[in-house]
Ligand binder design. Structure first.
Ligand SMILES: *Cc1c(COP(=O)(O)O)cnc(C)c1O
Length: 497
């Protein structure tokens, strides 16, 4: 299996190269040259397998330059039951008739990013041995909260790697800040910057593309790599849990092999929902992909009109991991919808860069709308949904998942489609306890984050994740903050350059 770039189809690399490189030289994203197909027998057979075995069954098709032993090593270490609270890893909970919550937040950092970032370090170190032996891999991350912590947990103490995370000093939740500043591991560093997420992101990009810096690294036996969701190594693990959910529905007798389902995903960078779309290309029977956004509804407009327009106000919402105006992984979907025409993709993204907007062809829009439904809701509707779901079903959901549930209600009201649905539940409600508590009690709480955890627990009886409760007793390792211009100095210092 080879991977080609969305902006130059002539560039072909194997999976190890795609994972180590992260992004193609000319700015395109790597996509598989073809999609393997699983028969319904093969899909149904996943029902009898552990999660790690399910992951191996999917990965084998894509990582053809990995040996079976290497894939085995990666999946068994990533998906250890003790790291995900049970051997089910991606738990499927029944919410109400025909509606199921795919709980992707039982991992070490309580958000769905763990599903990929627990595996990525193994994929990356295995790949580096093949294409860049004896090099130390340096991961730089700019985060608005969830990715940084999940990447730190994934890469901590991983031989041959270093990780440095930058976050905006005042741009993450109290719990997210705690999670990062108390991070353990000998190869990790966390640095707050005086600026917003964009400053952090721009700073990281500048360091990445600095040729002199890269040379200095190379002279010292090191290289940069990326852990963000444009890396193929972050997408491929996410395909697995859609097959896993389908297999679980077969084994519980809720569906028969071959029955179609709908998939609902609270969406930001478009990585999670794209993985579901890729699962369909591999044979998973999905009728509709329901793409849920918050007040940053650029994707809703795009799906409804075919015009992507980032020229709009940015809203800071209570579902911050979806506060995004440029959804990077959409590029991979567009590449598919236009029949893999790299020139067309170059034109669209050139237009996005210069004008902040592009419009796809009628043919592409027709294909897009046949597969996707887009909807959004604001913070007030998100809170109302959290309360409704809790009152009706005694089920506590986080702010991101609530957006998905609300948009799914709207979808059903609009279309009357009652196909059974899997909702991607992307974070533990305890990770956003202030907003969830406010939604349920109807007023803001002044209590500290640990008191809020206890209050939510008293209300819901849902177990508090140990890893969040324990933060209270962990020493803070990383304090202070730097100006954004000092980011290169921080990196050089950490690496002893
Ligand atoms: C990252 C994230 C999302 C958005 O996922 P994408 O793959 O970027 O679309 C949704 N919810 C939570 C809790 C997240 O951390």
């Amino acid at each position: 299996m080879q991977y080609k770039s969305t902006r130059n189809s002539k560039i072909l690399v194997n999976s190890a190269q795609a994972i180590v490189q992260g992004i193609s030289k000319e700015g395109g994203l790597f996509v598989p040259e073809s999609f393997p197909h699983l028969s319904m027998e093969e899909i149904a057979a996943l029902a009898d397998k552990t999660y790690a075995e399910r992951a191996a069954a999917i990965l084998t098709n894509f990582l053809t330059d990995f040996t079976p032993e290497e894939i085995q090593h990666c999946v068994t270490n990533a998906y250890r039951p003790e790291k995900f609270g049970s051997d089910r890893i991606a738990e499927l909970a029944h919410l109400y008739d025909g509606t199921y919550m795919l709980e992707l937040w039982h991992g070490p950092t309580c958000a769905f990013k763990d599903m990929a970032l627990q595996l990525l370090p193994y994929l990356l170190t295995t790949s580096a041995k093949k294409v860049a032996p004896n090099q130390e891999i340096v991961i730089l991350v700019a985060t608005s909260g969830d990715t940084g912590k999940a990447a730190l947990e994934g890469f901590k103490d991983v031989e041959g790697t270093r990780i440095l995370v930058f976050y905006p000093e005042d741009g993450v939740s109290a719990m997210q800040k705690r999670q990062m500043t108390t991070q353990e591991g000998h190869n990790v560093q966390v640095c707050a910057i005086q600026g917003n997420f964009d400053d952090a992101q721009t700073g990281v990009k500048t360091i990445f593309t600095d040729a002199a810096f890269a040379q200095k690294l190379a002279d010292n036996g090191k290289m940069f790599s990326s852990a963000n969701s444009i890396n193929w190594g972050r997408l491929v693990p996410q395909i697995v849990y859609y097959f896993s959910a389908y297999a679980d529905l077969i084994s519980s007798g809720d569906i028969r092999p071959g029955d179609a389902i709908n998939v609902v995903v609270p969406t930001g960078n478009f990585g999670n929902i794209l993985s579901a779309y890729y699962a369909k290309k591999m044979g998973l029977p999905v009728r509709k992909f329901i793409c849920a956004s918050n007040a940053n509804n650029v994707l809703t407009d795009f799906i409804r009109t075919g015009t992507y327009d980032r020229n709009r106000a940015f809203h800071a919402t209570i579902s911050p991991s979806m506060d995004i105006l440029i959804s990077s992984n959409l590029e991979r979907l567009l590449f598919d919808l236009c029949g893999e025409d790299d020139q067309e993709i170059c034109q669209l993204f050139d237009s996005l860069k210069t004008k902040g907007t592009y419009t796809i062809s009628d043919t592409m829009r027709t294909k897009l709308q046949a597969e996707f439904y887009g909807g959004y809701c604001d913070d007030q509707q998100t809170c109302a949904e959290i309360k409704k779901i809790f009152d009706k079903y005694s089920y506590l959901c986080d702010t991101h998942t609530a957006v998905a549930l609300k948009v799914y209600d709207d979808y059903k009201a609009e279309t009357g489609d009652t196909t059974k649905a899997v909702i991607a539940s992307t974070a533990s409600p305890y990770k956003f306890s202030a907003s969830v508590l406010e939604a349920i009690e109807g007023k803001k709480s002044d209590a500290d984050e640990y008191t809020q955890l206890a209050r939510l627990h008293a209300l819901s009886n849902l177990e508090i994740p140990e890893q969040l409760a324990n933060l209270q007793n962990k020493p803070v390792r990383f304090t202070g903050s730097v100006d954004k211009t000092e980011m290169p100095v921080v990196v050089a210092k950490m690496l002893g350059l």
